[in-house]
Design a protein around this ligand. Structure first.
Ligand code: ZN
Length: 250
């Protein structure tokens, strides 16, 4: 493991122009199984029935049955050493930003400040009809008796996440695109890079002359592109890498 980490440390620019692209794998140790894995939310729910704009409109009770489950999983989760290591690197000026496909808010809870949430976040809610923001803490109190959560206007309240068939926010696309183009290194962590358009960000970094590295238990679809890589759990590899980088700088 140390050899591979050394390789990643070698391609790490001292400028700190590093963007970290994270996915489900980084939050598994926090108690959030990958939605697509056995035991994940998609093994209990059909995403097409509970996580589409159409379902919100026509079957809000079913959507909220899923959301109650998702809220419970997310509120019980805590940042793990991988999230904490990334926050340390940002604070030390050795990493610029995190672009995450996760909706769990764990990067911010660990202390990362510059976080682009590609698929939105479960930490804010709004009315699906009138867009009024609603207090996320109320989501934790919704029960089968009070579900679906409704706004004063009668519309269904929903998390600010990107449901299937909905567009990714232009803001997130714009910001992550700019970060990818300007990065001297993009580090892929805990994502197979199978879901577009997040999966195209490392390609952008390459096109603009940057390097790509990955920390993944199973090599991603972009493994061939990588200038350095390690097959390891994020919560084991990232703290060691952060120690290495911080030590080298001092
Ligand atoms: Zn409303």
């Amino acid at each position: 493991m140390m050899d591979s980490l050394e390789h990643i440390a070698q391609v790490w620019p001292s400028s700190g122009k590093v963007v970290v692209l994270t996915g489900a794998g980084i939050s598994v140790a926090s108690g959030i199984p990958d939605f697509r894995s056995p035991g994940g939310l998609w093994s209990r729910y059909d995403p097409m029935q509970v996580a589409t704009a159409d379902a919100l409109e026509h079957n809000p009770a079913e959507v909220w049955r899923f959301l109650m489950d998702a809220v419970r999983v997310m509120t019980q989760a805590k940042p793990n050493p991988a999230h904490q290591a990334l926050a340390r690197l940002e604070q030390a000026g050795l990493a610029q930003a995190v672009v995450t496909q996760n909706i769990d808010g764990l990067h911010q809870r660990a202390g990362s400040r510059d976080v682009v949430e590609f698929h939105g976040s479960m930490s804010s809610f709004r009315c699906n009809d009138c867009s009024t923001p609603h207090d996320a803490r109320i989501a934790e109190t919704i029960t089968t008796a009070t579900s679906p959560w409704r706004c004063g206007c009668g519309g269904v309240v929903r998390p600010d996440i990107v449901f299937f068939g909905e567009p990714i926010s232009l803001d997130a696309l714009d910001k992550s695109g700019q970060l990818a183009c300007g990065a001297e290194l993009m580090l892929i962590v805990g994502t197979a890079c199978e879901v577009a358009p997040a999966s195209s960000l490392p390609l952008l970094t390459k096109q603009y002359g940057g390097k790509v590295a990955e920390i993944n238990l199973i090599p991603s679809r972009l493994a061939r592109l990588c200038d350095a890589s390690i097959q390891a759990k994020a919560e084991e590899a990232l703290p060691l890498l952060a120690d290495m980088l911080l030590q080298r700088r001092n």
